[in-house]
Ligand binder design. Structure first.
Ligand code: C2E
Ligand code: CA
Ligand code: CA
Length: 696
């Protein structure tokens, strides 16, 4: 029984072993992993189909026959085999041994091996057996990842990864460098990189919609730095799909394009500006001028174009060299810039020609203000490398819509006006046409006034003030006279207001004061003896802080007693700044200079104030005299002024007395001093001396 049982057992065991062996065989043959046995020296004993396939052989047999030196035939680095063996010697097993091997075709792949040493009962090595996996794909993926990681760490572009909810999950070092945000400041927070306050919300929405659809959006957005600065960034935004195919994160790669933008701007700037002076060039000026004209037309504005060049610029170039010429032009440009407002257009047309366009001026005066500023800007010398140099300019001015309605015509008119200015030796000229004749005349008049002042073309004539009954000359009023080279005598009633507006009155008035004193001294020396000389003061002179000083100097220079000088001021001048006027007149009065209120009755009289001023004379305005004695109202006014004057202790004089009837009426009202054509107009000094000596 025992034996039989044993028999059965053995055969059963054999059967089982066979089944097992068959199962192993099947496993061996059908395994997806390569399975092998090799000799320690490097020959294959067994190999399965999978191994053959991994190594590129048709079948295991071909592999076993074909690959007889594993170290050199298989491994890309034969020393890997030594390492492998060493590990087996040491540990009996090797796990996950990775190596690069050649396939039959010579292609290199990555494998991972698990192996063990098979020994017989007495411990000597029978073979190695092991499994092989082709891990090439995984290796490549790892390599890609490593590469990506290296790129991520080292690129110059900022990379910022956000999840679907815009929470930052990662940033690279470049991001920190670019924005100043540290990892701690951004990771785990909502991304603040995109500067929402200035980006176009439509553009931002479009970028994310694009990325969400799985695409990459390329464009420019404003990024934000940690310090709050914004900067232009070139951005690639990619939506990354998760396992479920939905976009679960966004990768933004951004570069700071501030520099590029600046370069672009520079390039654009160069195309539109003059390289030397950095002013707009001709092309840009004409474009801007056309635009400005369209705007002016739309808004009903006036526009002025100043065309100027540097006088004798060629001489500068020829005598001092081109470098000096260039430097002069640069400095001219700089000074011109100082004369204009930001909204004005200023450019260099080439050579020494510049233009300034004033896009919105109310009237000619607006253009004049700029012309004056420009002229003034040339009054200081220019410092060139070798020397200081005075340069002057000629300016031509044309107005839209008065002179032209398009940029080209306006420019050519301004150009023509400039040539006229140059030809006539005037610093500036307005383009002349009939539309604007008066305004043009006025500015040209100003120009001529400057010349007259410089040339000493003014004269003083003297009109006697007489004692009505005796017709004795008791005083003289100095009245300025100007003979214009082409227009003949120009009335001071016309040019004094122009001079006031042009800021010339100070100089003209100073001259008149001096000249009257000089003349007075001469008369005294000649024995032409009468009362005092009166000089008219304009408001600008009255408000000149140095008036007292000037008066003193004039008196001193000609050794004239103060009482022989009278100053005529108008009521309005006193009324504007009463306190100041009191102070000024007080000082003058103290000096002994006489004061007359000119044109009395026309301004808004503040009779109460009159008491406060050290006034000597009230001069009844011509307007009240004209219709005497017929006009009862004027008669009443004259009568009450006379009464008032006497009551306040002022002398009173009537001006513009033309008829004996007027004189007669005035005498009945107590006005004894008179001035007017009835006696004499203003005459030259010699003639005046005759009047004094022979009577009027
Ligand atoms: P004003 O001070 O009222 O001077 C009197 C003006 O009346 C003078 O005109 C004179 O020639 C004129 N006139 C004199 N008698 C008669 C007359 O019987 N009938 C008429 N219709 N007119 C007469 P003119 O010389 O043309 O001066 C005009 C104005 O110019 C002056 O008016 C004065 O305001 C200003 N002016 C003249 N010379 C100077 C000056 O040196 N400095 C300043 N600041 N202003 C001056
Ligand atoms: Ca006067
Ligand atoms: Ca007067």
């Amino acid at each position: 029984m025992d034996g039989g049982d044993a028999m059965i057992d053995r055969s059963e065991r054999k059967e089982k072993a066979k089944i097992l062996s068959n199962q192993y065989r099947s496993l061996f043959e059908n395994a997806v992993e390569g399975i092998y046995r090799t000799t320690p020296s490097g020959r294959y004993l067994n190999a399965n189909q999978a191994l053959a396939r991994i190594y590129g052989y048709d079948n295991p047999k071909e592999l076993i026959v074909g690959l007889t030196d594993i170290a050199h035939g298989l491994y890309v680095h034969p020393e890997d085999r030594d390492r492998f063996k060493h590990l087996l010697d040491q540990d009996q097993v090797v796990r996950n041994f990775e190596a690069q091997v050649y396939r039959k075709t010579g292609e290199i792949i990555w494998i991972a091996e698990n192996a063990r040493v098979v020994r017989d009962d007495d411990g000597s090595v029978i073979c190695y057996e092991g499994t092989v996996q082709d891990i090439t794909e995984r290796k490549r993926a790892e390599e890609r990842l490593r590469l990506a990681a290296t790129v991520y760490e080292n690129v110059g572009e900022a990379i910022i990864v956000t999840d679907a909810d815009d929470v930052v999950t990662a940033i690279n070092p470049a991001f920190s460098r670019m924005t100043g945000f540290s990892v701690d400041q951004v990771v785990g927070m909502a991304s603040r990189f995109v500067a929402d306050e200035i980006n176009d919300p439509k553009l931002v929405a479009e970028a994310w919609a694009h990325a969400r659809s799985g695409d990459t959006w390329h464009g420019e957005l404003w990024g934000r730095r940690a310090n709050g600065d914004v900067f232009p960034a070139s951005v690639a935004l990619t939506g990354v799909q998760g396992e479920n195919g939905e976009v679960s994160s966004f990768v933004m790669v951004a570069s700071d394009v501030t520099r590029r933008k600046m370069d672009e701007q520079r390039i654009r700037f160069h195309a539109r500006h003059d390289a030397l002076t950095k002013l707009a060039n001709r092309h840009t000026v004409m474009e801007a001028l056309s635009d400005a004209i369209i705007r002016a037309e739309h808004e009903g504005n006036r526009l002025a174009l100043l065309f100027l060049d540097v006088n004798r610029f060629k001489d500068v170039n020829d005598s001092f060299g081109h470098a000096a010429g260039d430097e002069l032009l640069k400095q001219v440009a700089r000074r011109l810039k100082g004369c204009v407002r930001a909204s004005d257009i200023i450019g260099r047309l080439g050579g020494d020609e510049f233009v300034v366009a004033l896009p919105s001026i109310a009237d000619v005066q607006g253009a004049m203000a700029c012309v004056e500023k420009v002229l003034y800007a040339f009054s200081e010398p220019f410092s060139l490398p070798e020397q200081e140099l005075y340069a002057s300019t000629s300016i031509g001015v044309a107005l839209y819509p008065d002179h032209a309605d398009c940029a080209e015509t306006l420019l050519s008119h301004a150009d023509a006006a400039m040539y006229h200015a140059k030809a006539s030796g005037n610093p500036y000229r307005f383009y002349d046409n009939d539309m604007d004749r008066q305004a043009v005349e006025r500015v040209n008049l100003e120009n001529d006034l400057r010349h007259a002042l410089a040339n000493g073309d003014f004269r003083l004539h003297y009109q006697p003030k007489v004692e009505g009954i005796s017709r004795r000359v008791v005083a003289a009023e100095a009245l300025i006279r100007w003979t214009h080279p082409t227009r003949g005598n120009v009335s001071p009633a016309l040019f004094i207001p122009v001079a006031e507006r042009a800021g010339l009155i100070g100089a003209i008035g100073d001259w008149a004061l001096m000249e009257a004193c000089r003349q007075m001294r001469q008369w005294l020396d000649l024995g032409v003896d009468f009362g005092c000389v009166s000089v008219n003061l304009s408001p600008a002179q009255f408000h000149d802080a140095t008036l007292k000083h000037k008066v003193e100097r004039a008196l001193q220079q000609y050794n004239l007693p103060a009482s022989l000088l009278e100053l005529e001021i108008t009521e309005t001048m006193m009324a504007t700044e009463v306190d100041r006027a009191i102070a000024i007149l007080g000082e003058l009065g103290q000096m002994g200079v006489r004061l007359a209120i000119d044109d009395f009755g026309t301004g808004y009289s503040s009779l109460a104030y009159l008491k406060l001023f050290p006034v000597n004379v009230l001069k009844i305005d011509r307007a009240f005299i004209k219709e005497l004695p017929g006009n009862a109202k004027d008669g009443a006014i004259v009568s009450s002024i006379s009464t008032l004057a006497h009551n306040l202790g002022f002398e009173v004089i009537a001006e513009g007395v033309e008829t004996a009837a007027q004189a007669g009426f005035l005498l009945t009202k107590g006005v004894t001093l008179m001035q007017g054509f009835l006696y004499s107009p203003a005459v030259a000094p010699d003639a005046f001396a005759g009047l004094v000596q022979n009577g009027v």
